[in-house]
Design a protein around this ligand. Structure first.
Ligand code: FES
Ligand SMILES: [Fe+2]
Length: 466
């Protein structure tokens, strides 16, 4: 490869596993050229490494806490390669339990959700409380009466924390806290999903659908691919959903972090002339936010939101708000407005790309509103979000064509020798008055966020020490 870039990587490329055909993981990355082998999108050995080295080490978003409001409420989700039970305790806390009986390993429940104070294994009938402790078994006295200590029979439990109403889990006891893991991205994340004391709730259970694509095809895009919007989503310009219609849709502030979280902040007037019309030069930030509240936020809550975060944050929210991004590795989010069937309407969602194999992913997609939202705002937000980002949404459909296509090419003998290239590079530069931290890139959206996502990915996959 010959493309030169200004931005060299500082990755340690001397380590990492070697695949069965003798290819080292590091040979699938061109660090100076900022390229990644397409083979990463379909190789079963790589997939297995991801399950072992990545999905067991980082915080993964599993559920919205409003899905399990009462003690005993549970939902079953996928944490990397494992099925887990996300369950509300009597104390109000939420636990994440491995959905595997400690007797001989059967899944304790195959329901998607429910409410129960106990979990009874269908195989031999061992019973656990919903904190995961072993409680009883059929013929227990005859079978196990001479075993005094049964504490080791408790279910395996992941660390669980909340942020933005989402339940996150992590298997690694040495991983940082969730707040530390989110790092500089937490400030922006909170402005989207921790806006009020009462918090947000999911409008119904998440929409779920399966895409025949590798999970990273979706994840690398949501790390920061602003570039594809002009072409892959051209129909949005043709329909008028994005009616500015030029490359200003790519202009704004991109934010990334060393852990690979990524975010695009955009003046909404760059996307929609209607949004441009909402703000006049004379407007103060709060005036703008009263005319176009952050998606899903009732007008009545704006004053308290402003008190909570201060004028600099409100200026950002009015002028160049966080719109779309992803918490590494696979929790994507959007918080924006879109011109749809009912005019300019709020879109707000969090979704995860759950790996189901090298060439299959399941999307779980939540629509969110503030708990204090009126039925009208709730209904409008739900309809608008589903119209654009639901399983058959106007925006979603385009991406669901691209991701399987990348995956198909990556299976070909010649195709997998291709590279995914990220040569367009900025140096980080923080504009005057920008209130947030992170690696901040101003101007046209380049490839930095996505490359930072891959760097974080490589660091985890190549780490032989843990
Ligand atoms: S595998 Fe669960 S009781 Fe035997
Ligand atoms: Fe897209």
């Amino acid at each position: 490869m010959t493309t030169k870039t200004a931005h060299k990587s500082k990755l340690d490329n001397s380590r990492g596993p070697v695949l069965n055909d003798g290819t080292a993981l590091k040979d699938l990355f061109e660090f100076d050229e900022r390229s990644v082998s397409l083979r990463l999108l379909s190789d079963p050995e790589i997939y297995d490494l991801e399950m072992e080295r990545l999905f067991t080490k980082v915080w993964i978003a599993l559920a919205h806490e409003s899905e399990v409001p009462k003690p005993g409420d549970f939902v079953v989700r996928q944490l990397g390669g494992d099925s887990v039970i996300v369950v509300r305790q009597k104390s109000g806390r939420i636990k994440v339990l491995l959905n595997a009986c400690t007797h001989r390993g059967m899944e304790l429940t195959r329901a998607e959700s429910g409410n129960s104070t106990r979990l009874r294994c269908p195989y031999h009938g061992w019973v656990f409380d919903n904190e995961g402790h072993y409680m009883s078994a059929p013929c227990a006295e005859e079978m196990y009466g001479d075993i005094a200590d049964k504490s080791e029979w408790s279910l395996k439990t992941a660390r669980a924390e909340l942020s933005g109403g989402m339940v996150w889990a992590c298997w690694d006891p040495e991983a940082p806290t969730l707040a530390d893991y989110l790092g500089d991205m937490k400030y922006y994340w909170d402005l989207m999903y921790e806006r009020t004391e009462s918090g947000m709730e999911a409008v119904g259970p998440p929409q779920r659908w399966v895409i025949p694509a590798n999970w990273k095809a979706a994840a690398e895009q949501f790390a920061g691919d602003g570039y594809h919007v002009l072409t892959l989503h051209a129909s949005l310009f043709e329909m008028g959903s994005f009616d500015v219609g030029d490359s200003s849709v790519l202009q704004g502030i991109d934010v990334s972090t060393p852990r690979g979280h990524g975010l695009l902040c955009r003046p909404l007037g760059n996307i929609s002339t209607a949004m441009k019309g909402i703000r006049s030069e004379a407007d103060a930030a709060l005036d703008t936010l009263y005319k176009a509240p952050p998606a899903g936020l009732p007008v009545e809550a704006i004053e308290r939101f402003a008190d909570r975060y201060g004028p600099e944050a409100m200026s950002m929210m009015a002028n160049c708000p966080p719109v779309i991004g992803q918490i590494f590795p696979n929790a994507a989010f959007m918080c924006t407005y879109i011109l749809g069937a009912e005019g300019l309407a709020p879109d707000i969602t969090i979704r995860t790309w759950n790996p189901l194999g090298p060439d299959k992913l399941e999307v779980l997609s939540w629509t969110l509103v503030e708990r204090s939202a009126s039925p009208e705002l709730r209904g409008l937000t739900r309809r608008s979000t589903l119209q654009s980002f639901g399983s058959s949404g106007t925006i979603e459909q385009d991406d669901a064509e691209a991701w399987p296509s990348l995956t198909r090419v990556s299976r070909g003998v010649m195709g997998r020798q291709n590279w995914m290239r990220y040569p367009a590079a900025h140096e980080p530069s923080k504009p005057e008055g920008w209130p947030g931290e992170g690696l901040i890139y101003s101007g046209i959206s380049k490839d930095d966020n996505q490359w930072n996502w891959w760097k974080s990915y490589y660091e985890l996959l190549s780490d032989d020490s843990r």
